[in-house]
Design a protein around this ligand. Structure first.
Ligand code: ADP
Ligand code: ZN
Ligand code: ZN
Length: 748
């Protein structure tokens, strides 16, 4: 028989025909000879022999039964069609988590066996069933370096303690614990200089308790909450209508998380898996802690690229087995091979991290929506600031909207605008009003978050005599001045040069730093408030997952008074003592040349103002040159519907999503003419409205010219898709073509 096979890893948007002696169902992995090499292929379905084709036989099946279901294969096909992404690479996404299976050990009745051996010996259906039922368990072959932390807590009251006869060492431990409340076991031993035995004696006496591997946030989480009537109604509405995607909209702190955790708790009573996605795990350690704390008795697994590969493989197999658990993951988690999925919750659904901009391109929210359509799995999307296109779906009735307006604890922040036009030039970074507020925050021993668009010291360097701007030669963008290191840096390609003494154009020494970034703001605050503990939070100061986590922890645990940062701080910080937040330069966001610039500014302002007042009353300040801007007005007055109305009207007028699909085709090449002519040809072939070809907002990166064509598709996608696919499959080696369907607007 003939099979259509998608080839792993290749950039082509088509399948290939192979012959097979066995009937292999869709989703089976097979070994094939492709272009002279042994490669993995995926069976996509049966095929018909095409004339004049030399059809090869597959070498052998890799799996005895397909690990993916027909539904998964259908999902891959639809995603690859919609985003014009190579089908083989999309199929690869399903298996990326299984790569390190070899280091897993399977344990059954105290017997341990290499998982790969086990898979060879027993039918896979049995293995998966045993995994699901917990008859066997999977563990990493080597213990990870990070062993489980043991947390010690005091469990006796002071009264009880006074009745006990205690040794001097024991008293030391208790005094220490009375001060700290909870402490890691090793740290406790180190600090009090007692033996491990002493601690365990106190545990036996019931004075201390020891927990394993809990994060601090979990022990902070005290009691179960009683849902408000509104929250309860939303829970019921969603449970009653699993056939429609649901969007929960509400400001930060309005109780959205409690709502979806309750839904998950109910749906998993009879087993099955739940998926919660967050944009970046690093920014949301608290979400993970909340889930673990609230859904007690349920296994909670974390799945993202910083999780060790062996642990990822473990979650992969458990998803396939349909184990009762909650997976908290980033966008890649939507590709786990779930076999008993009960619900998908996507938190911060508006976040652009859900859109994968590297090959294979896809939008994880859309992937989930398609999975919902194909399999009927309930889908819940959550945000304070939904994407305009998603909000529109609730107006047309394809999604249902649920709004939470009140905060159960804390109050809505009071938002105020500072008009920069009336400020003296030197006070445009920190207006007198803002300076007074910071002073107040410091006096009350609270915290402030200050947000600016740019990192670095100044936006750019310019020659005061001839106006020459220092630019990156490879990228055609201005270089950013970093004062600490005395360097000019390109934030797009990483190019670095020493701070010049004179202008290369006219020789003048009169070089000026213009604009400002986080470094300058930090310095400005320190100059005014030398005693303040100021921390800078941007991509310069934090790189890795661990560093971000550390930074968030420092803020939450109040090791700083003022945080100065870029957009990154508008995301995951949930600190009760943040009383004031400020956006220093709201206007600079509007200058981004993109159809979604308005939406991005709106999201930024709402998200950042929502960071204040979580534990009490909060204040937010927006500094702007344009206070009458309707977006800023909508945020200040809390009239979010008004923003959506205005923005939808504008998009309708200009045929932007959701009223048309927007396809951005980019041609990258060292040869500028070639890139242009490729897109000119494409434009002719498509024969529909398109903008360009023009230079992209950043015309050059790493010596490659970036030319783009924006195609607006109002009706039939099929013809456009076919034409594009054809072009993409026959492109020349000198140009790199990238296609983004409905991309978030801020791509440069
Ligand atoms: P969101 O997800 O909208 O940011 P959360 O669900 O995190 O909001 O709720 C914000 C805070 O309010 C949390 O500390 C949460 O435990 C608390 N909270 C939410 N709902 C209730 C409730 N019904 N009663 C008491 N506290 C609640
Ligand atoms: Zn000059
Ligand atoms: Zn550069």
């Amino acid at each position: 028989m003939y099979l259509e096979i998608a080839i792993s890893g290749i950039p082509l948007r088509k399948t290939f025909l192979y012959e097979s002696s066995q009937a292999l169902p869709p989703g089976t992995r097979v070994l094939v000879d492709f272009a002279g090499r042994k490669t993995t292929g995926y069976v996509m379905g049966q095929g018909k022999p095409r004339e004049g084709l030399n059809i090869k036989r597959i070498i052998e099946p890799i799996d005895e039964i397909p690990l993916l279901k027909t539904e998964d294969v259908e999902l891959a096909v639809r995603v690859s069609e919609e985003f014009l992404s190579p089908i083989g690479r999309i199929m690869d996404l399903f298996f990326s988590g299984a790569a390190h299976t070899g280091r897993l050990i399977l344990t059954a009745h105290d017997e341990k066996l290499r998982f790969t051996e086990h898979l060879k010996r027993f039918p896979i259906t049995h293995v998966l069933r045993d995994l699901r039922d917990g008859v066997v368990s999977l563990e990493p072959a080597t213990r990870q370096a990070k062993t489980k932390k043991k947390i010690v807590k005091l469990s006796a009251s002071i009264e009880e303690l006074s009745r006990q006869r205690l040794s001097k060492n024991q008293k030391n431990v208790i005094n220490y614990m009375l001060l700290k409340g909870a402490e890691e076991l090793d740290m406790l031993i180190q600090r009090t200089m007692v033996s491990r035995q002493t601690i365990y004696t106190l545990v036996k006496k019931g004075i201390l308790t020891i927990w394993e591997e809990e994060t601090k946030d979990e022990w902070v989480l005290k009691k179960d909450v009683e849902l408000t009537n509104t929250q309860r109604r939303i829970v019921e509405n969603i449970l009653e209508d699993p056939g429609t995607p649901h969007l929960i909209m509400g400001v930060t702190g309005s109780g959205k998380t409690e709502v979806y955790l309750e839904i998950i708790r109910r749906l998993l009573e009879k087993g099955g898996t739940a998926l919660i996605t967050v944009p970046e795990i690093a920014l949301t350690p608290q979400t993970v802690a909340r889930v673990k704390g609230r859904l007690k008795g349920l296994e909670v697994k974390v799945y993202h690229s910083s999780v060790p590969p062996t642990e990822r493989a473990r979650v992969w197999w458990q998803s396939l087995a349909g184990k009762k658990m909650v997976v908290v993951g980033t966008r890649s988690a939507v590709w786990l091979p779930f076999s008993n999925l009960k619900i998908i919750v996507m938190d911060e659904e508006h976040d652009e991290s859900y859109y994968q901009e590297t090959d294979p391109v896809y939008d994880a929210v859309r992937v989930s929506e398609l999975r919902h359509e194909i399999t009927g799995v309930p889908l819940v999307l959550v945000s304070a600031t939904p994407k305009v296109t998603h909000y529109h779906k609730t107006l047309t009735g394809s999604w249902k909207l649920h709004v939470l307006t009140e905060r159960p604890v804390g109050e809505k922040p009071h938002v105020e605008v500072v008009d920069l036009r009336t400020q003296k030039k030197e006070q445009r970074i920190l207006s007198p009003r803002l300076a007074r507020e910071i002073e107040e925050v410091l006096r009350k021993n609270k915290q402030a978050l200050i947000l600016t668009v740019r990192k670095g010291f100044a936006n750019y360097m310019v020659c005061g005599s001839c106006g020459h701007v220092f630019k990156c030669e490879r990228c055609d963008v201005s270089l950013t001045y970093h004062r600490n290191t005395k360097l000019l840096k390109c934030h797009h390609c990483g190019y670095v040069q020493n701070l010049p003494f004179r202008c290369p154009n006219c020789g003048s020494f009169n070089l000026l730093a213009r604009g400002f970034g986080t470094e300058k703001v930090e310095l400005e605050i320190l100059r005014r408030f030398p005693a303040a503990r100021v921390m800078r939070f941007d991509k310069e100061t934090v790189g890795s997952y661990a560093e971000i986590e550390e930074m968030v922890k420092n803020i939450v645990e109040k090791r700083c008074d003022v945080v100065v940062g870029t957009r990154i701080i508008s995301k995951g910080i949930d600190a009760p003592d943040v009383e004031m937040v400020a956006v220093l330069d709201a206007d600079r966001n509007l200058s981004i040349t993109s159809y979604s610039a308005n939406e991005n500014l709106f999201q930024l302002l709402v998200q950042v103002t929502g960071r204040s007042g979580r534990g009490g009353a909060g204040r937010a300040f927006i500094q702007t040159f344009e206070p009458e801007n309707t977006i800023i007005e909508a945020v200040v007055e809390g009239k979010y519907e008004k923003f959506f109305e205005d923005e939808l009207a504008r998009r309708k007028l200009f045929d932007y999503p959701p009223f048309a699909r927007l396809i951005r085709v980019m041609a990258l090449s060292e040869n500028r003419e070639l890139a242009f002519s490729f897109l000119e040809d494409l434009k002719k072939d498509l024969g529909i409205e398109s903008l360009g070809p023009v230079e992209a907002p950043i015309p050059k990166i790493k010596n490659k010219h970036r030319i783009q064509l924006l195609v607006k598709v109002k009706k039939e996608m099929t013809k456009i898709t076919e034409t594009l696919k054809e072009k993409l499959n026959t492109r020349s080696g000198q140009i790199d073509i990238k296609v983004f369907v409905d991309p978030p607007g801020t791509f440069p």
